[in-house]
Design a protein around this ligand. Structure first.
Ligand SMILES: Cc1cc2nc3c(=O)[nH]c(=O)nc-3n(C[C@H](O)[C@H](O)[C@H](O)COP(=O)(O)OP(=O)(O)OC[C@H]3O[C@@H](n4cnc5c(N)ncnc54)[C@H](O)[C@@H]3O)c2cc1C
Length: 232
């Protein structure tokens, strides 16, 4: 991580709530429109708050941005779990035109433009920053990527499939159980070794297990970039 990866935390932005769509079971996709021009790097995240909304407990959450600036929308993918937190109840119930505040965007989970091969490995809702990275790949045909997404539900799958119809430098692997995920990731680690960067995102537990697997296959820690979704 470099200092420049986190300086974005000092910028404050206002976004307009557009919609919250329940895409499957407890999975939601939220769309927000920046009130002024906003630039971010694919894969970055921000700290979101809702001005004027009172709630018990923590009034902020960190979310990765699933979209790229060209889409002119800050897209968030999230899930509520069995018991929706008060923060998410308020966020998901917002009305179009209401304001959401953003600190950021910032982060270290972004494309290294000088690499030729990347492996994106995500579990569950950890897929969100990878949607933005996959969109960004359209501009970087020199970077080849393979994505492994593990979970019972594959958020943004239609978007990823659509991207692969437009570009040839992204390959998709969808898995449901832990064994298939581990086998796929291990195969990619053996195939690319330290010639690739490995982006791992999801819960802390799944990140630790994917990092362990990669290191056991001989991948150096410096080749692994992770986005730990604290709170899952
Ligand atoms: C870099 C980064 C990127 C992230 N990106 C995303 C993203 O794109 N999408 C996303 O959904 N999340 C993301 N997160 C995680 C996000 O910030 C939240 O922590 C997460 O969504 C859970 O929020 P929540 O409001 O549902 O649960 P919280 O209220 O924050 O609760 C967190 C956990 O604690 C448990 N819990 C809460 N209260 C209690 C209690 N009283 N007793 C016992 N257990 C309790 C909950 O069940 C839950 O498992 C990211 C986090 C980081 C650090």
């Amino acid at each position: 991580m470099k200092i420049s990866d986190i300086t974005g935390i000092f910028s404050r932005r206002q976004l307009e709530f557009i919609s919250a769509i329940n895409v499957n079971e407890d999975y939601w996709v939220i769309s927000l429109k920046p009130k002024k021009d906003l630039h971010w790097n694919a894969g970055e995240h921000g700290i979101f708050t809702m001005p004027g909304k009172r709630m018990k407990g923590r009034g902020w959450r960190v979310f990765s941005i699933a979209s790229i600036p060209e889409e002119e929308t800050v897209m968030i993918g999230t899930r509520t779990g069995e018991k929706t937190s008060e923060f998410k109840k308020i966020l998901l119930g917002m009305k179009p035109g209401e304001t959401v505040n953003l600190r950021g965007p910032f982060g270290w989970y972004k494309l290294h433009k000088d690499v030729k091969q990347i492996v994106l490995a995500a579990t569950g809702v950890g897929i969100t920053p990878n949607r933005a990275i996959a969109m960004e790949l359209k501009k970087h045909p020199q970077i080849n990527a393979e994505l492994v997404h593990s979970g019972k539900y594959h958020l943004f799958k239609e978007d990823f499939v659509k991207i692969t119809e437009e570009i040839s430098n992204l390959k998709l692997h969808y898995t449901v159980d832990r064994e298939a995920t581990a086998n796929t990731l291990n195969r990619l680690a053996v195939k690319y070794g330290n010639n690739a960067y490995y982006y791992v995102s999801g819960s802390i537990k799944s990140i630790l297990s994917m990092k362990k697997l990669l290191k056991r296959a001989g991948v150096k820690g410096t080749k692994i970039i992770n986005d730990p979704f604290l709170g899952y």
